[in-house]
Design a protein around this ligand. Sequence first.
Ligand code: NDP
Length: 289
Amino acid sequence: METSILSGIEASKALYSSLEGRITHLKNHGITPGLAAVLVGNNPASEIYVKNKTKKFEALGLKTDLFRLNEDISEKELLSLIEKLNSNVKFHGILVQLPLPKHIDSEKVLNAILPTKDVDGFHPENAGLLSIGKPRFIPCTPKGMMFILKHFNIHLNGKHVVVIGRSNIVGRPISILASLKELGNATVTLCHSGTKDLKYFSKQADVLVAALGSPEFVDASYIKEGVCILDVGINRIEKDGMSKIVGDVNQESVLGIASSLTPVPKGVGPMTIAMLVENTVLSAELLLN
Ligand code: NDP
């Protein structure tokens, strides 16, 4: 079986072009969607993530301001900045890049973001809306995965989706999205580190989501023929004396068995950034309507 590669670059281009008209409409009403990005400390990976995100906003003619804060900033000072950004009308979205330094309670900071500006979709109010089937801001990675499936005409209706990983930013929200009647209507199994006999479940998957954060963990022995695999993992490893990024799936091993597969890199990753843009545009639209 030939495995088709579900390119996140291709899908994100389609999303960006669908956003053009929406952005123009907002600008015609005097609104430029704006994102406040908050970066604490000098974590090199966070620097790259934030740079890639803000670059995309600029390329689309959207507003983005980066707030760089020292590693030793107090939680109180950070919360006070969030409060200011909450009331600043030029920002429709606020992004706090994780991880935060250990002395800061990340949950407290994320919960301080106004739910109507929470374009990452991490606030309990937005998580709650998603879980009752009335999503407002959906976390960007799972939202991007749903877009990839739609873009490549892969329908979830009646399928068995098996998700490995139950984090609040990937595994849990994708399992909810896939199960919602209007969006996925799939039967969903959510696996985690406490799952006994993971292969028993993963081998039943019509669509398998690998979001466990373990490099090349899922190989041919975990899947059945014809499965569609969404590989969410981003893991930096040393191989043959070189540093490279690999997913949670041993991609070589599943080629020829899976019917389709998101590559790493250039699979789910680009969609995550694209959905941050989409959520910010959506936030501006909600204000307009
Ligand atoms: P977390 O570490 O928060 O969650 C991992 C989940 O996987 C947990 O629920 C854990 O179980 C489960 N798990 C770990 N090991 C196993 C195992 N051996 N068998 C079954 N379940 C297991 O990770 P994230 O959700 O934040 O990220 C997952 C991956 O996705 C990472 O590689 C990350 O880098 C990547 N990522 C990629 C993004 C993108 O844009 N493409 C965005 C976000 C993340 P338990 O709950 O019991 O601990």
